[in-house]
Design a protein around this ligand. Structure first.
Ligand code: NDP
Ligand code: 8X3
Length: 253
């Protein structure tokens, strides 16, 4: 009896939130996973559990193109055939309106959410084409619906969604699938990072709101990755039931 070769996912942002839950989901489903992030001890924790032999920890800052390249070149043989790239690493920094925002925060979001994402995608495209693989980019509702303080964060996610659709056009006929998922509010370390470590603000945002969980997103990623090869989800927007839309604001006087 032949045993099927496990498929391999490379998941960025695997030390927390969506990414960590996705690693656990894919490993439980029998995939090999390259788990990426800066906090090496958290990546190691994914290795030091039952099933952890299916995880390769790749600790690097996605904004460091040389470190990214070195990590890809150092992949062990069993993890080199990437079938699925999940571009999940990303962040929002700050909630102030543009005229009061930090330019450093803006640059960090652009470097992480856009430049690093396209760099890693470009590096893995030859492998993904060869293997008729898939890319799932983690965008956001913030890329479509404007809100005060969303300025550059929302702009980066609009890029991610449009880049995903344009990738589909370029990859036409290759069999490579591309999806942008656009979640609304989910409770992770996202708000702790956005507020530069304000745990009380993070707790207050999620309190009583019944937000989506990291596992909700991991299950969605798992569903997308395991659809039959003829089926492509272009973009998928999801929100907690408790979240919906507000109207335009009007300044008077
Ligand atoms: P978390 O803060 O919990 O996780 C973010 C992950 O990104 C961490 O693993 C972090 O790893 C990684 N990361 C950030 N910067 C870098 C970097 N420079 N190099 C390498 N890794 C980096 O947030 P979420 O899980 O919520 O966020 C995951 C994605 O989902 C992000 O792109 C976010 O914009 C998006 N999103 C989140 C929503 C939410 O409400 N939570 C809604 C919609 C989209 P480390 O710090 O160890 O490097
Ligand atoms: C995260 C969703 O609404 O906090 O991407 O910007 S939001």
């Amino acid at each position: 009896m032949s045993v099927a070769t496990p498929r391999t996912a490379l998941i960025t942002g695997a030390t927390s939130g969506f990414g960590r839950a996705a690693v656990e989901r894919f490993v439980a489903g029998g995939w090999n996973v390259v788990a990426c992030g800066r906090r090496a001890e958290r990546l190691q924790a994914l290795v030091d559990v039952p099933g952890g032999e299916r995880v390769h920890a790749a600790a690097f800052d996605v904004r460091d193109a040389l470190a990214m390249q070195a990590a890809l070149e150092a992949l062990p043989a069993a993890f080199r055939g990437i079938d699925l790239l999940v571009n999940n690493a990303g962040l929002a920094l700050g909630t102030r309106p543009a005229q009061e925002a930090s330019l450093d925060d803006w640059r960090t979001m652009i470097d992480t959410n856009i430049t690093a994402l396209v760099t890693l995608t470009r590096a893995l495209l030859p492998t993904l084409v060869q293997r008729r693989g898939a890319i799932v980019n983690v965008s956001s509702t913030a890329g479509k619906y404007p809100y005060t303080g969303g300025n550059v964060y929302g702009g980066t996610k609009a890029f991610v969604s449009q880049f995903s659709l344009n990738l589909r056009a370029d990859l036409h006929g290759t069999g490579v699938r591309v999806t942008a998922i656009e979640p609304g509010m989910a409770e992770t370390e996202f708000t702790l990072v956005r507020t530069h470590g304000d745990q009380a603000a993070s707790d207050a945002l999620y309190a009583g709101s019944n937000p989506m969980t990291a596992n909700d997103i991991a299950d969605t990623l798992w569903w997308i990755a395991n659809l039959p090869p003829h089926l492509n989800i272009n973009r998928l927007e999801l929100m907690p039931t408790s979240q919906s839309f507000a109207g335009f604001q009007v300044h008077r006087g």
